[in-house]
Design a protein around this ligand. Structure first.
Ligand code: ZN
Length: 261
């Protein structure tokens, strides 16, 4: 949301959105110092919750150094050292989105150190999987690193699953996330296909909202697509509301009010 306008919050609220969770991620440019990350973490924990609250939306966040800026271990460790202070904020859900970008050795070292950070502080984990032709390989390397830790896979969400990775993610006990985009990566139509093939356990959809082509209303569009195909309202609610709430509620900081009749 740091890259979206206030109008987007308004449109999301009007479409029934009650909560957003914002991963710490790449800002479109590499930050020049660890202090740049401290300022960014303040934006995520102080300013965005206030801006979202103007429209009745709860804003939660994840903290980390993203894989794209984690190829310099010295710099990455400096950033990691400031994260525990921010974990005390009551809108922080866990460590994320961590993962791999180009699958380099340094990225993997920092991934493991951030998994250890989540372990030490008993945090949920949000994982970004690479959008490369070797997505499957990257996803496997990440899952292996996670499985080597003591974190329950039920407390880890592997995001950006696609048709060729979702089965393995679910088989290994992780939650699978489908962040929806208008054209690229995962569309509302493809996400509906995945639900039809793989079912609705430990899987959910959310709208992408970033500085690229993305659509904060992708979830309402996916709900319409599921409805058009004849899926029940209870299935639609499960993958767009109840499953996210089940996973996220494992963090004591996640609290939302859901009004249902
Ligand atoms: Zn991501």
């Amino acid at each position: 949301m740091v890259s979206r306008t206030t109008d987007d919050y308004q449109r999301m609220a009007q479409s029934g959105c009650i909560a957003v969770t914002e991963p710490a991620f790449w800002a479109g440019f590499d930050r020049s110092s660890a202090q740049g990350f401290a300022d960014y973490f303040r934006q995520l924990t102080e300013y965005e919750p206030r801006r979202a609250a103007l429209f009745g939306i709860r804003h939660f966040t994840w903290l980390c150094i993203n894989p794209k800026e984690a190829d310099d271990p010295g710099f990455a460790r400096e950033v990691i050292s400031i994260i525990p202070e921010f974990l005390k904020c009551n809108t922080v859900l866990g460590i994320g989105e961590i993962g791999l970008n180009k699958n380099t050795k340094n990225e993997l070292i920092i991934l493991e150190e951030q998994i250890a950070l989540a372990e030490t502080h008993h945090q949920l984990v949000l994982v970004h999987t690479p959008h490369l032709e070797d997505k499957r390989k990257g996803t496997r390397v990440i899952m292996d690193a996670l499985s080597a830790s003591s974190i329950d896979p039920g407390r880890i969400l592997i995001d950006h699953v696609e048709e060729h990775t979702v089965g393995e993610v679910l088989d290994r006990g992780f939650w699978a996330g489908m962040t929806l985009y208008p054209d690229t990566k995962m569309t509302p139509q493809r996400a509906t296909d995945v639900i039809e093939i793989y079912g609705s356990e430990r899987i959910w959809m959310n709208s992408a909202g970033d500085w690229g082509c993305s659509d904060p209303l992708a979830v309402p569009k996916a709900r319409l697509e599921m409805s058009r195909r004849g899926h029940t309202m209870s299935l639609i609610d499960k993958v767009t509301l109840e499953n996210p709430m089940t996973f996220l509620s494992q963090s004591p900081n996640f609290k939302v009010d859901v009004y249902k009749d």
